[in-house]
Design a binder for this molecule. Structure first.
Ligand code: AKG
Length: 304
C-alpha cells in the first residue's frame, strides 16, 4: 500500500507523523489569523505573561528575556480571543483527533493550545528531544514510556509557510540507537540533518502536521522568517493519569475559573456542550493528580 492510500491513523502509527490539509473552516481563517497577530504583538510587547522565551527550551518559562518564540494558553479567557477555543472544539478537528486516537468523542480531553512565532531579535533552536521522555532514562523505561504517548496527539497548524520542525520518523516506537542518543545533547544541533534519519517537516499555510510527541524532534527558529503556527494537543481519557505531567507542567489552573466556564458555554451554544465537557475531563485529571493541598505535584518532563 502506498503512503498516500494509507489512512492517516496508519501513517501516524507507522512513521510517527502525518500531514493533513484544510482543518481550518473558511469562516474561521481570517478571525484566527487576526487573533494570532494580536496575541503575538501583545506578547512581544510584554503584555501577556504566558510566553515561551528565547534561551529557555522547556517549561517553566521564567526569566527576564523579552524575545519570545511562543504565546502560551491561547484559550485562556483573559487573552480575550475565544476564536481559539472555537477552532479547538470545531467538528472536523475533533473528528480527525478521534480518528487518530481511535477513540470516541466522549474520550476527548482538552489539553494545550499555544502559538509558535519567530523570535524578533535573535535566532533560537530546540535540542533533539521527546516531549515526555528524557534521554537519561534507560532502555526499559524508554520503551515503557513510548507506550503511554499513544493516548494523545499533538499538532502544528501553519498559518504561514513553516519549515522549523525536524523529526526522526519511526522513533516514536523504538528505542534510540546509540548514534542517535549520542547526538541528544542539551544543546541545539548546528545542523539538525546530521541526526541519523532526520527529515525537515515543511508546511504550507492551512496544513497541519499531527505527530506523536515522543517522536524524536527538534526545531530551529530564524528571527528573519515570520512564523505563525498553532501548536496544540488533545488527549484520550483512557490514558488516565499517564498524560498528567506532560500537560499539567504548563500551569493550567485558569481552566477552572468561572470566566473560562462562561466563555466555553457561549461557544458551545450550537455544539451541545462539547468544549465544556472536554475541559471538565482535564479538570478531573488535574484534581486526581493534585497534591493534598491542591498543588501540582508532578514536576516537569524535561530540563532546559
Ligand atoms: O517549534 C516546533 O514546531 C516544535 C516545538 C517543540 O518541539 C516543543 O514545544 O517541544
Amino acid at each position: 500500500m502506498s503512503l498516500e492510500s494509507e489512512s492517516i491513523k496508519a501513517q501516524l502509527e507507522s512513521v510517527g507523523y502525518v500531514v493533513v490539509p484544510d482543518l481550518i473552516p473558511p469562516h474561521l481563517d481570517l478571525p484566527l489569523n487576526e487573533a494570532c497577530l494580536r496575541a503575538a504583538e501583545r506578547t512581544r510587547i510584554g503584555n501577556w505573561p504566558h510566553r515561551r522565551i528565547v534561551g529557555k527550551q522547556f517549561p517553566p518559562f521564567e526569566g527576564d528575556e523579552t524575545d519570545v518564540w511562543g504565546v502560551q494558553h491561547l484559550m485562556h479567557p483573559e487573552l480575550g480571543e475565544p476564536v481559539f477555543a472555537e477552532w479547538y472544539g470545531s467538528q472536523r478537528l475533533r473528528e480527525v483527533c478521534c480518528e487518530l486516537l481511535d477513540c470516541q468523542p466522549e474520550n476527548l480531553q482538552m489539553e494545550l493550545f499555544n502559538l509558535l512565532v519567530n523570535p524578533s531579535q535573535k535566532p533560537f533552536a530546540l535540542r533533539w528531544h521527546r516531549d515526555d521522555i528524557p534521554t537519561s532514562v534507560d532502555r526499559t523505561e524508554e520503551l515503557a514510556r513510548l507506550e503511554i504517548s499513544s493516548f494523545g496527539v499533538q499538532w502544528n497548524t501553519a498559518l504561514l509557510p513553516d519549515s522549523s520542525l525536524y523529526v526522526v520518523p519511526g522513533t516514536h516506537k523504538v528505542a534510540l540507537t546509540p548514534p542517535q542518543r549520542a547526538l541528544c545533547t542539551p544543546f541545539a544541533p548546528k545542523n539538525p540533518l546530521d541526526m541519523p534519519g532526520a527529515i525537515k517537516v515543511s508546511l504550507q499555510p492551512g496544513e497541519t502536521v499531527f505527530y506523536n510527541n515522543n517522536i524524536l524532534h527538534c526545531a530551529t527558529y530564524d528571527n528573519s522568517i515570520p512564523r505563525m503556527t498553532l501548536h496544540a494537543c488533545m488527549g484520550d481519557t483512557r490514558g488516565g493519569e499517564n498524560r498528567a505531567r506532560n500537560i499539567l507542567q504548563h500551569d493550567l489552573r485558569w481552566i477552572k475559573t468561572p470566566h473560562m466556564a462562561r466563555m466555553l458555554e457561549v461557544l458551545d451554544q450550537k455544539d451541545g456542550g462539547i468544549r465544556s465537557q472536554m475541559v471538565q475531563r482535564l479538570i478531573q485529571l488535574a484534581d486526581a493528580t493534585a497534591g493534598e493541598d491542591g498543588s501540582r505535584s508532578l514536576g516537569y518532563s524535561l530540563e532546559g
